[in-house]
Design a protein around this ligand. Structure first.
Ligand SMILES: N[C@@H](CCC(=O)N[C@@H](CS)C(=O)NCC(=O)O)C(=O)O
Length: 205
């Protein structure tokens, strides 16, 4: 059976876990924290990060986007959460890129605060990272409407956006003040109410 390595506090791991549940892909889970166990992180991934997807023969895939690509090919185009071709595929991948780009900047801002001694935090750099995250949030807000981001059913763009907003609300609440991104909030609430999201709740740190 497949094994997904990484805990739900990692938004990159959480988006893969939610996709696997939505797609009914059976798997085990190893709730690895690379902060708590960096040695295990380096054992399963040469660059020491999660998520990692271990295949039945022991091969390990890294990088959430590449893991999702593998999963979508596994389930086939009819079930895929990323449209297989054309404009819809391009839109989905671009919106996923914005949402995961916000995560990259938010995680870097969190590391700046938590991984450095207080006197070595470079506040102008942290502010720059937060401005980049806000740029992505504002762009996503303009793409939200009453339905799903792309097409007429939930897809990877919605999942990535919702996982990202929930992560920010817990870890960096100042980046998502109430009222600033109402449509993105509404999309997130709709996603988080679904059983697949409830099955992989964000653990509070
Ligand atoms: N681009 C990667 C990002 C993965 C990532 O940064 N994961 C974090 C956890 S949220 C991690 O393992 N950080 C440990 C580190 O970078 O030292 C992906 O999409 O898989």
């Amino acid at each position: 059976m497949l094994t997904l390595i990484g805990r739900n506090l990692s938004p990159y791991s959480r988006r893969v876990a939610i996709a696997m549940t939505l797609l009914d892909v059976p798997h085990h889970r190893e709730y690895l924290s690379v902060t708590a166990d960096p040695e295990r992180g380096l054992e399963v991934n040469p660059v020491g990060r999660v998520p990692v997807l271990q295949l039945e023969d022991g091969e390990r895939l890294i990088e959430s986007g590449a893991i999702l690509d593998y999963l979508m090919e596994l389930v086939g185009p009819a079930k895929s959460l990323i449209p297989p071709h054309g404009r819809a595929r391009r839109d989905c991948l671009q919106l996923m890129a914005i949402a995961s780009g916000v995560l990259d900047k938010a995680v870097a801002a969190i590391y700046e605060m938590r991984r450095r001694p207080a006197e070595k935090v470079h506040e102008p750099w942290r502010q720059h990272l937060l401005r980049q995250a806000s740029g992505g949030l504002a762009a996503l807000e303009t793409h939200c409407h009453d339905g799903w981001l792309v097409g007429d059913r939930i897809g990877m763009a919605d999942i990535t956006a919702a996982v990202m907003v929930t992560f920010l609300r817990v870890m960096l609440p100042e980046t998502v003040p109430a009222g600033l991104y109402p449509k993105l909030y509404a999309l997130t609430e709709r996603c988080e109410a679904m059983p697949a999201f409830q099955a992989h709740k964000l653990e509070t740190p």
